[in-house]
Design a protein around this ligand. Sequence first.
Ligand code: NAD
Length: 371
Amino acid sequence: MSSRRDFLQKISLSAMALPLLPVSDALNLEDIYDKPYDGPVLRVAIMGLGSYGTRVAEAMQSSKKAKLVGVISGTPSKVKEWQTKYNIPAKNSYNYDNFDRIKSNKDIDAVYVITPNALHHDQVIRVAKAGKHVICEKPLALNAKEGQEMVDACKQANVKLLVGYRMHFEPKTLEVIRMRNAGEFGKISFFQGLCGFRIGDPTQWRLNKELAGGGSLMDIGIYALNGSRYMVGEEPVWVTAQETKTDPQKFKEGVDETIMFQLGFPSGAVASCLSTYNMNNLDRFFLNGEKGYAEMQPSTGYGPIKGRTHKGELTQPHMTHQTVQMDEMADIILNGKKPVVPVDGEEGVRDLKVMDAIYEAVKTGNKVALK
Ligand code: NAD
């Protein structure tokens, strides 16, 4: 308790000195975690009770504004287990065939889709048609066209669509963004994002093009891509990219093992990024400006995130990313709160447009212009 108080004090003290966007306001951490909360609660069903779904469910137990109330799964034994563990009533439990019936369930506001990438498109559209808000894991879809169809379907159904970009609520990340907005790094010239890990089991869906849609870029390189955009604070205008493959058995056609990509921004800033399924110890961001820098390592893992700038260590404390994410997303959905970095469907599509261009650049060897 006292360490949480300490951290909240630390965070609000540092926020008091901030000329722009105070992090505590942006995150409402004190409101959420230090005061009793009796406002509206977003009632969420998780679709896909796998490893990340389990992590989100656990983290949501500490959320004040979001509550796990339902499940959608194809595995009856998991449904039973979750019903017992999280006190989920049978009437809020669905499978992949019957979840359209969620439409008539007044006790569920939103569905969090946490299934393999290739399933997101159809599942999100079905949830939207059932009239429920949707949170969808990254990547939102396999390409920008699919992503746009999801955005359009949610608009048409008058429901919100958010993407599970948990880093957009991470305090050290937000502090670097605040510093950049305040001009503390001067003109930004360069960003480096290195994201990867050595993937194991060759039979998993992440290495199956049908379910994954691609390889490391879809799964982990997206952090470097998305990070380039929120760290530089601009939208890229061109892309170049190269692929290397050391194990074509494991990484079959259409499943990228390692991709290096470079992005150019309107201001002249450039980004150089690495996405890989074949190297460990790669979770690093570096942002360079004419007056200073920020470096973060780890930069996008589950944390604690560590980092420093030319002014010293980043001291914003760690909180479980998915807990803060769910509280903030509840606020966005229920109260129209505007996050510092967008997490809406359009934000997901922006990443997918760049991703499409990266794959095109790999294929053609050309520099690809982005509109
Ligand atoms: P996982 O394999 O652990 O879980 C996937 C779940 O989907 C399983 O419960 C599985 O039974 C279910 N499923 C439904 N239909 C399926 C089908 N046809 N084939 C295979 N599985 C099917 O995967 P995960 O690690 O939980 O990843 C799920 C999603 O979450 C992915 O889109 C991934 O990119 C995303 N993810 C995000 C983060 C993050 O930090 N934001 C971290 C991990 C995963």
